[in-house]
Write a protein that binds this ligand. Structure first.
Ligand SMILES: [Zn+2]
Length: 179
């Protein structure tokens, strides 16, 4: 099972890079939407290989350039806040020399937890794209539903279910191996 998933994911990653963008251009013009979820999934796979919960995140600038990618590193850093989203936001802010990321998009393979949902709000991320729903620890579409509160001063546009299946498979395989 794990092997077939990783094979499928590996095959999926073969096409990453310029060619999908060029193909998309051919269909719908130069302003077509390009998902960066495959890069987030690649970070999630790398996290799993380090023994971390397989979650990956990517921050994309207003011009479409990738500013930062990160996977969970809570074990490696002995840091309960070292979730993929927080690390990607920190790295993107460092790259831009800015304390906020207005106009930027964040892709993450799993629904953000309340801590990361808050960090995304503080960073003024414009659009949040996430993969699998997280009924256990999610804070966006369930649980605290952070962005629905009056005390939340900035809510990103949220797009869920983006490439959810491979993200769910990674998490399922990861936790199955640890039982
Ligand atoms: Zn989190």
């Amino acid at each position: 099972m794990a092997a077939s998933y990783s094979k499928a994911l590996a095959l999926g990653s073969v096409s990453k890079g310029g060619s999908p963008r060029l193909a998309a251009r051919g269909i719908s013009g130069s302003m077509s939407f390009r998902s960066h979820m495959h890069e987030a999934l690649s970070e999630a796979r790398a996290a799993a290989s380090r023994g971390e919960v397989p979650v990956g995140a990517v921050v994309v600038g207003p011009d479409g350039a990738v500013l930062a990618t990160a996977g969970n590193r809570t074990r490696e850093l002995n840091d309960p806040t070292a979730h993929a989203e927080v690390l990607a936001i920190r790295a993107a802010c460092a790259a831009l020399g800015a304390e906020r990321l207005p106009g930027c998009d964040l892709y993450v393979t799993l629904e953000p937890c309340p801590m990361c949902a808050a960090a995304i709000s503080f960073a003024r991320i414009a659009r949040l794209y996430y993969g699998a729903a997280d009924p256990k620890s999610g804070g966006v579409a369930q649980g605290p539903r952070l962005y629905s509160h009056a005390q939340c001063h900035h809510a990103p546009e949220v797009y869920d279910g983006i490439n959810a299946a491979p993200s769910e498979a990674l998490l399922r395989d990861f936790f199955r191996e640890r039982r």
